[in-house]
Structure formats: C-alpha cells, structure tokens
Design a protein around this ligand. Sequence first.
Ligand SMILES: Nc1ncnc2c1ncn2[C@@H]1O[C@H](COP(=O)(O)OP(=O)(O)OP(=O)(O)O)[C@@H](O)[C@H]1O
Ligand SMILES: [Mg+2]
Length: 249
Amino acid sequence: MTTTTALRTAARVVGAVKVYGGGDTAVRALDGVDVDFPVGRFTAIMGPSGSGKSTLMHCAAGLDTLTSGAAYIGDTELGALDDRRLTLLRRDRVGFVFQAFNLVPTLTVAENITLPLDLAGRRGDREWIDALVDVVGLRDRLHHRPSELSGGQQQRVAVARAFAGRPDVVFADEPTGNLDSRSGGEVLGLLRRAVRQTDRTVVMVTHDPVAAAHADEVLFLADGRLVDRMQSPTADKVLDRMKAFEVRS
Ligand SMILES: Nc1ncnc2c1ncn2[C@@H]1O[C@H](COP(=O)(O)OP(=O)(O)OP(=O)(O)O)[C@@H](O)[C@H]1O
Ligand SMILES: [Mg+2]
C-alpha cells in the first residue's frame, strides 16, 4: 500500500481502462489513465467531447465500474466492494453536483440540502450545515421549493447538498453548464471557497476555460488518455491549450 505519498489522495485511478460494448462497436472510453486527486485540491478535467471526462469521473466516483485498472476513494479500492458497500461509500464519502441540479421538487431547500444525510439516518454536523447555508447564500430561501429559485440558486443548493455530509471528495460534472456567467461564477467561487476554507476536495468536469481557471490544476483528456496537466491555470492559457486540440483533430 502507498500510504507514504507526500500529498494524501482523496481519490485516484490507476491504469484505468473503460470499454463500452463489445466486438466491432466497442468504444474505449478510457485507455489507461493514471491520476490522483490530492486532498484539499480543486481539479478541473477538460478535453474534447467524447474524450472520456464523464467516464473518468463516474468511474472515480464509483458510479460506474472500470473494465480494468483500479479506482480508489482514499485507501478504499472500489472494485473490492460489493454493491451494498459501494452504495454506502458513495453515500457517506462522495458528493455529487450535476449539470441539471437534480433537486427533489417537492422538498424545500433545507430538506434538499440534508436529504443524503436523512436517507442515511445521519444527523450530520448541524454547525457545518448551518455554516454551509451561509456560504451558499441561501439563508432566506431555506423554506422555498426548487421551482421558486433561479437556476444559479438551485445549483447552490446542489453544492450545499454535495458538501453536507463532509464527503472526502465532491465530483461535479459541468456544474455551470446550465448557468449564465454570473451565476456560474458564484457557483465556482463557492466550490473554490469550500476547497480553500474547509480543506475539501473537488473534481470538476467542464468545457469552459473560465470555469477551469478557478481550479488549482487542469487535467486534459483526449481519446481516453491523460495528455496534459496545467498548474495554476488561467482562462487564456487553458483556451490556448484547448485550441491545440482543435487544430490537431
Ligand atoms: N453508456 C455508454 N455506452 C456506450 N458508449 C458510451 C457510453 N458512455 C459513454 N460512451 C462513449 O465513451 C466515450 C467517452 O464518453 P464520455 O461521456 O466520457 O465523454 P465526455 O468527455 O464526457 O464528453 P462530453 O464533453 O460530450 O460530455 C464517447 O465516445 C461516448 O460515446
Ligand atoms: Mg461528459
């Protein structure tokens, strides 16, 4: 076991291969990816459509299984867990934010935020959740339902929900994809503050160089492979790197 690495890893994949289907129609969505997501870091994943970003995220998060290779949350290898333990691990140690918010329409904001904890029969850390409500700026909306909120506000609820159980890592797939640039900026600022101020770990898939610039590091995928990584990204540098993909393809 590798427990002596300088940075603790919240999640990682080793030799990750994912093949969808078989025979002539088989698609190699991940073609041998090694990557780790250190604790307390905000990592963005970019790459052309179909390059394997969502697949990587889903496999790293235990929402899908690898064809070969291994995925870990902390020191726990996901492939070694049966369905029940995998479900518990996802519930207790992983948070998710999706492009389409995925709030429960019949529940209030407050109920949506604590839903994963309530389902788990956990009380959660009330002080933490209370602080989260302020971080996401929804104190005066707690008793509203999602249909009474703007898109940006709904996504802020989803962010609070993702962090409510103090997960080891939050995975976000295009969390700003349905938002205008101002609301998107607020959600990104939130994710960044969660990482900075509370030492959380965030992995975010995005197409948007401006969104990626909020991260500490950007990973670039192409054809199911990790082809580059960029520390301290700026939107301009990321855009330049993305253009190189377009020229090539
Ligand atoms: N369930 C599936 N069955 C078959 N092929 C799939 C499945 N999911 C994804 N793929 C294929 O795997 C490849 C990678 O898909 P993935 O969704 O990971 O790409 P992506 O980088 O997230 O793209 P996008 O930016 O468009 O969301 C694509 O060629 C896609 O068609
Ligand atoms: Mg995708």
